[in-house]
Write a protein that binds this ligand. Sequence first.
Ligand SMILES: C[C@](O)(CO)[C@H](O)COP(=O)(O)OP(=O)(O)OC[C@H]1O[C@@H](n2ccc(N)nc2=O)[C@H](O)[C@@H]1O
Ligand SMILES: Nc1ncnc2c1ncn2[C@@H]1O[C@H](COP(=O)(O)OP(=O)(O)OP(=O)(O)O)[C@@H](O)[C@H]1O
Length: 288
Amino acid sequence: MHSAFTDWWPAPAKLNLCLHINGRRADGYHELQTLFQFIDWGDRLRFRLRQDGEITLSPALPGVPSEQNLIVRAARALQQHTGTGLGADIELDKRLPMGGGIGGGSSDAATTLVALNSLWQTAVDEDTLAELGLKLGADVPVFVRGRAAMADGVGEQLRPVEVDEPWYLVVAPDAEVSTAAVFTHPDLPRDTPKIPGLERQPEQWKNDCQPLVCGLYPQVAKALARLLDYAPSKMTGTGSCVFAVFTDENSARAAREALPRDWVAHVAKGCNRSPLLLRRDSADSVIE
Ligand SMILES: C[C@](O)(CO)[C@H](O)COP(=O)(O)OP(=O)(O)OC[C@H]1O[C@@H](n2ccc(N)nc2=O)[C@H](O)[C@@H]1O
Ligand SMILES: Nc1ncnc2c1ncn2[C@@H]1O[C@H](COP(=O)(O)OP(=O)(O)OP(=O)(O)O)[C@@H](O)[C@H]1O
């Protein structure tokens, strides 16, 4: 006899509202300043308790063996850390384009950590969940914590911030950009000075990877040029997704309508608190 699935847990995308590269360390990693904000567009996951310790995932993602899927790796990391004998069947409703710099895989991993910590009643605190997440990917901790944040250092120092929550039109060009290739490229500028209080100076926000990626991937340059016809626009992370910023939903939707029908484009609201955080806090308040 199986127990029932939980309700769906959200795994929202993120945008890097800016990505400043301040230098390169001896180990090759880059000093950066980047501002993360969530959007209310994402994947969804639900979970069913298993007593036998097995972890299953369905459906599988094309080209990603389950054992390499960040969802399964996150579940195993939590099992290992807590020593629990429990397992789970996990269902994934994948909506986010993969490899576009909006963090779908990292967000799925974070949602898995937070949801299973609740389902298994393992009571791991947020700092420890974020540490477990960091081993799975650089962007997992910000999703675990669920607050818009300015990242410093090589991205590991997070400071929660409150910034405007505008509407975005996010476009996913047909290009997969390798983060490692961008960061090792000789033409990447690496000399932007650190700006104290950068989160309060939106006029300074830029993405240092954008000119390089636009030069290497004409599809990204084309999508960005088109969005700039409608609103201030930028690339997120190391690409390939680009986003335009609107003060109201209607203008964002009108711009979407004006784009070619076959473009992958989505209107979403910026959120300083992620939908995962809201879901977690409502789960915590249920007395079982
Ligand atoms: C820069 C961001 O895109 C901002 O969202 C992310 O932090 C990158 O996240 P990610 O793809 O999960 O990054 P990782 O898997 O840790 O690193 C991928 C590659 O990016 C480069 N990398 C990443 C972060 C950093 N501060 N300096 C780097 O040079 C390294 O070459 C590394 O091999
Ligand atoms: N659950 C998952 N969802 C998406 N990709 C996954 C998942 N698990 C593993 N991966 C692998 O991770 C790669 C990057 O996926 P993801 O969608 O997170 O990229 P991204 O949006 O560019 O992330 P980032 O902004 O962190 O660079 C995929 O190409 C895939 O091989």
